[in-house]
Design a protein around this ligand. Sequence first.
Ligand code: SF4
Ligand code: SF4
Length: 197
Amino acid sequence: MDIVISDGDESFSDKPQHLCKMCGKCCRAISTLYSYEELIELASQGQEEARVFVEIFKRYNSVEEAKAAVPDHVENIINNLRKNNPDLDESKLTFYYCPNLTDDNFCLIYQTRPDCCRRLPHNGWSLLAPDCGFKGWQFQQRERVKASVRKLKEYLAELELLPEDKMLAGRDKTAGEMKKLIKDKIKPWEKYGADYW
Ligand code: SF4
Ligand code: SF4
């Protein structure tokens, strides 16, 4: 079997850009896994993506201000964060907006926009606005990944029946080495529930 599943970082060219409705919501309310202070620290340590992020994006003064700008998107982000953290204090969250978005939702720096914009939606699980045009595409991506992971698990189950040092026909690998390779391929998807697929 070919091990072709990606690590979740789909290339930009794979995405059907015509699906974007140009609502601008993803440019008007952005959140990160890191706090603003952590981003500044990462940027000062030379982390390029953090440097570009703090250079381009502007902070809302409060979560309420972000909610007023893009209510459904911000509520959606907060509700999703709450699934993993029921005690979430939303006043501690920081939302950002991009000053490069025009009133009619065009990007003023489209050709040189940062990587985080080029990657969006990162994969089938990226948190998008509730009515984002990529919702159907995301569903397809999720099902594609789930099917690939299931195939890998089936192959893994076959390998479990072999001695660890058994050389696999047509491959320069033992069963043990192949099992490790497959587990590494599945690992990035565990945070999305791969254990149960
Ligand atoms: S939220 Fe979705 S549809 Fe709206 S601008 Fe962003 S990618 Fe396009
Ligand atoms: S740089 Fe362009 S694509 Fe990225 S958030 Fe700003 S307006 Fe949107």
